[in-house]
Ligand binder design. Structure first.
Ligand SMILES: *[C@@H]1O[C@H](CO)[C@@H](O)[C@H](O)[C@H]1NC(C)=O
Ligand SMILES: *[C@@H]1O[C@H](CO)[C@@H](O)[C@H](O)[C@H]1NC(C)=O
Ligand SMILES: *[C@@H]1O[C@H](CO)[C@@H](O)[C@H](O)[C@H]1NC(C)=O
Ligand SMILES: *[C@@H]1O[C@H](CO)[C@@H](O)[C@H](O)[C@H]1NC(C)=O
Length: 441
C-alpha cells in the first residue's frame, strides 16, 4: 500500500508534475490542493481568506528545571507543562490566547513561535497543499539547546570572536547530552530521542507560508525557515529498519548529528545503523536553497521599485568596535544597521509605538528603516564583509554560524541573492520571485 506522510522537516522532496485542477471542495489524501468550496492551492491568500472561527489556546508560562537532553537546566517558557505543544488551527481562523494576542490567520502553513528567551514551538495553520500525501507527521522542530541562559552566554557573545556553542541539539524537545550521572550531578542519564514510525510507501513540501512548486533535493539547510517535506518511505533494509534523522550545529563537522529516529516497524527499538559521515552533509554555513528553487504557486509580478540598487540605499549591516570605533583590537562590538548601532528602549517597543501611539517617534539611535508602502521597496543587504566601513569594523573572523541579523514576520520577495561583492550588473528577478517571511542574513 502506498502511504504518503507529511514530515515538515527532512531531506527528500519529490516532484509532482501535474495535479488535478482543484475545483472540488474535498480536501483528501488524493486531493491536498483542495480546501473549502471556493478555496484551493491557487487561491491568492493575500486577497481571499476562508470564513473565520475563533480558536483558543491556553499556554501557561512558568520557570522550571527541565532536562530535555538528560541534563538539568533552568528552562523558562511553557516547556514543562506543554511539552512540544503545537498551536494548530485552520487557514482563516482567528486565534486568541488569554493574553491579548488575537490574529486572523491570513496565510497557511507551518511556522514556529518563540520568546527569544527559550525554546521554539510549532504553529500549524492547516490549508491546502501543493502535494498529495497520506499521513501528516506533524511539525518537527530542531533547536540548539544551551545549558546556560541568555544572560550567562552574553559575555561570550560580546567579548570573544566565538559564538556561544550550544550544549546539544534537540528535536521536538528531546535530545541526548553526553554526560555521566556518576560524575555530573545535573546529569539524569535519560536518553530519549524524537521518533517517528513510517510504513513503506511514498510520503510533502511548501516553504514558509508560501506554497511552492514541489522540487526534489538531497540536502535542505534549515535555518529560520520552515519547509514541508514529502518523503517516500522506500528505504533499503540492508542494515535494519531503523534510520537516523541527522541535524548539525552549523559549521562544526565533528558535531554529533544523530538526533531523531525513523523506524519502519515499531518492534525493533535498537539504535539505527550509523553510516560513515558524509561530506555532503555538514559545513554549509547559513546558506539558503537557491531562490530559483522556490517558485510560488500563487504567481506575483513585482512592480516598479521606489528606491534603487545604488550604494547609498544599501541597508548596511556590520559590527563596529565599541566604545572606540577606530580601535582595531576592540573586544566589544556593536551591530550596525544602516551605519548605526541600534539603541532601543525596551519599555517603549516599536510595535506599540506604531499601533498605539498617535505620533510615534523613532529617534536616530533606533535606526529606523522607512519603507514607502505604496509600491515595492528594494532592499540590498550586503554581507558585513562587503561593507565599505571596514576600517571601523571587526574583520569578519566570526564563525559562519553567527549571522548579523535575521528577519521574521516580514513579507518580502527575493529578487537576487549571491556570494561575494555586490555586483553592479545584478539582474533582479521580478517575475514571480521566491517569497519569504523569514531569512538569515
Ligand atoms: C550497510 O552497511 C554496510 C557495512 O557497514 C555498508 O557498506 C553499506 O553501505 C550499508 N548499506 C546501506 C544501504 O546503508
Ligand atoms: C534491529 O535494528 C538494528 C539496527 O537497525 C539491526 O542492526 C538489528 O539487526 C535489528 N534486529 C532485529 C532482530 O531485526
Ligand atoms: C581610538 O582608537 C584609535 C586607534 O587605536 C586611537 O588612535 C585613538 O586614540 C582612540 N581614541 C580614544 C578616544 O581612545
Ligand atoms: C554609510 O557609511 C558609508 C561609509 O562611511 C557612507 O558612504 C554611506 O553614505 C553611509 N550611508 C548612510 C545611509 O548613512
Amino acid at each position: 500500500m502506498s502511504i504518503r506522510r507529511l514530515l515538515p522537516l527532512g531531506i527528500f522532496l519529490w516532484p509532482v508534475s501535474v495535479w488535478p485542477n482543484p475545483t472540488e471542495c474535498v480536501h483528501s489524501p488524493q486531493a491536498r490542493g483542495r480546501w473549502l468550496p471556493g478555496f484551493d492551492i491557487h487561491t491568492d491568500y493575500e486577497k481571499k481568506i476562508p470564513p473565520s472561527k475563533l480558536v483558543e489556546h491556553e499556554l501557561t508560562v512558568s520557570n522550571q528545571v527541565i532536562a530535555p537532553d538528560g541534563y538539568l537546566t533552568n528552562g523558562g517558557g511553557q516547556w514543562y507543562r506543554y511539552l512540544g505543544r503545537t498551536i494548530e488551527a485552520n487557514w482563516g481562523d482567528t486565534l486568541r490566547s488569554s493574553q491579548v494576542y488575537e490574529f486572523r490567520l491570513m496565510q497557511y502553513g507551518t511556522s514556529c513561535y518563540h520568546s527569544h528567551f527559550s525554546i521554539q514551538w510549532a504553529i500549524k495553520i492547516n490549508g491546502p497543499s501543493s502535494m498529495d500525501y497520506d499521513v501528516d507527521q506533524g511539525p518537527i522542530l530542531m533547536s540548539d539547546w544551551y545549558h546556560a541562559d541568555a544572560f550567562a552566554l552574553y559575555p561570550t557573545e560580546i567579548l570573544t570572536p566565538e559564538a556561544p556553542i550550544p550544549g546539544t541539539n534537540v528535536m521536538n524537545g528531546k535530545g541526548v547530552f553526553d554526560c555521566d550521572p556518576s560524575e555530573a550531578p545535573r546529569c539524569t542519564g535519560k536518553h530519549e530521542r524524537h521518533e517517528i514510525a513510517l510504513k513503506r510507501g511514498p510520503h510533502r513540501d511548501l516553504n514558509d507560508f508560501v506554497p511552492i512548486q514541489p522540487y526534489e533535493t538531497d540536502v535542505l539547510i534549515v535555518g529560520i525557515e520552515r519547509y514541508e517535506i514529502l518523503i517516500t518511505a522506500d528505504a533499503e533494509f540492508t542494515n535494519g529498519t531503523n534510520f537516523w534523522m541527522h541535524a548539525n550545529y552549523c559549521d562544526i563537522g565533528t558535531w554529533e548529528s544523530r538526533l531523531g529516529i525513523i523506524r519502519y516497524g515499531a518492534l525493533n527499538t535498537s539504535d539505527p545503523y550509523t553510516p560513515p559521515v558524509s561530506e555532503q552533509h555538514y559545513g554549509f554555513g547559513f546558506q539558503d536553497p537557491p531562490p530559483e528553487s522556490l517558485v510560488p504557486i500563487v504567481k506575483r509580478q513585482v512592480g516598479k521599485n521606489m528606491n534603487s540598487f545604488d550604494t547609498p540605499d544599501y541597508l548596511r549591516i556590520g559590527l563596529q568596535a565599541w566604545p572606540n570605533v577606530s580601535d582595531p583590537n576592540s573586544r566589544i562590538h556593536t551591530l550596525l544597521l544602516t551605519n548605526r548601532s541600534i539603541c532601543l528602549d525596551w519599555s517603549d517597543p516599536s510595535l506599540k509605538k506604531l499601533t498605539l501611539d498617535a505620533n510615534p517617534e523613532f529617534p536616530p539611535e533606533t535606526s529606523p528603516v522607512t519603507l514607502q508602502l505604496s509600491d515595492w521597496e528594494l532592499g540590498v543587504l550586503p554581507h558585513p564583509e562587503q561593507l565599505h566601513i571596514k576600517r571601523c569594523c571587526h574583520p569578519s573572523n566570526h564563525p559562519r554560524s553567527v549571522h548579523p541579523i535575521h528577519l521574521h514576520g516580514h513579507d518580502y520577495v527575493i529578487l537576487a541573492q549571491g556570494e561575494g561583492p555586490f555586483p553592479d550588473d545584478v539582474v533582479p528577478n521580478l517575475d514571480n520571485p521566491a517569497k519569504r517571511d523569514g531569512y538569515y542574513i
